[in-house]
Write a protein that binds this ligand. Structure first.
Ligand SMILES: C[S@@+](CC[C@H](N)C(=O)[O-])C[C@H]1O[C@@H](n2cnc3c(N)ncnc32)[C@H](O)[C@@H]1O
Length: 220
């Protein structure tokens, strides 16, 4: 990531989290193991975004969900809680180590049959996962964000939603001097989505930014 700028005034994120329903025990255990055994545990979406995703999924009732970027399974297990009966999540992860932790926690949870972890580069994995998916979360591989856009839109069901995490990239999107691949990837995705007449989007400043995208009915 590039030069960081504060996205919210100091203390606001902590205040929001303090006034958000806390994680259940199985997510607290997963988060604790992640903090102990993994680099960059901050990659977990955290309680505020997890509750937000759950509210969204409770309202949408998606039968099929696709996630790019499992990490240790925090967001997948959070979303699993909000699925309707028979709902299922396919989640894609590059790292064997991350996938092992995720699979273990998923297997020990009551969502063992609701979540499948696929290991490998996600752009290759999704060739085997044609969809359609009612909800897709893109939360990995920021340098290649633009490469995911059309393959993921192609996998959306009619009326489905694509959510992209980290669209503010710790504020680096505003710093034109930051030309790292990841920052450029995030900027290009944001600019492309916002300018496409066939899409409607909203960028929310929750945590590191999350963009919700849907295809317009009838194309435009
Ligand atoms: C930001 S973390 C995901 C966090 C997760 N959604 C959560 O809230 O716990 C991104 C994850 O994507 C994985 N990743 C990076 N590049 C990838 C790729 N090309 N394909 C699949 N996974 C990838 C990383 O190993 C990392 O575990």
């Amino acid at each position: 990531m590039g030069n960081r700028v504060p996205i919210t005034v100091p203390g606001i994120e902590e205040y929001a989290q303090a006034h958000t329903t806390a994680d259940p025990d199985h997510l607290l255990g997963l988060a604790a193991e992640t903090r102990e055994s993994c680099d960059r545990p901050v990659m977990m979406v955290g309680p505020v975004e997890a509750r937000f995703l759950q509210f969204f999924l409770y309202a949408q009732q998606p039968r099929r969900v696709l996630e790019i970027g499992t990490f240790t399974g925090y967001s997948a297990l959070s979303m699993a809680e909000a699925l309707p009966d028979g709902g299922h999540i396919d989640t894609c992860e590059l790292s064997e180590k991350h996938a092992e932790i995720a699979r273990r926690h998923i297997a020990a949870s009551k969502y063992a049959y609701s979540v499948t972890v696929h290991v490998g580069p996600a752009l290759e994995t999704i060739r085997r996962l044609p969809g359609p998916y009612d909800f897709i979360l893109l939360d990995a591989d920021q340098a290649h964000f633009p490469d995911y856009l059309d393959p993921l839109l192609d996998r959306l069901s009619d009326g489905g939603f694509l959510a992209v995490d980290n669209v503010l990239w710790d504020g680096a999107v505003l710093d034109e001097a930051d030309q790292q691949d990841s920052t450029r990837g995030v900027r290009l995705l944001n600019d492309t989505v916002a300018s496409r007449p066939d899409l409607t989007c909203v960028m929310l400043t929750i945590r590191d930014g999350i963009m919700l995208i849907r295809r317009n009915r009838g194309g435009v």
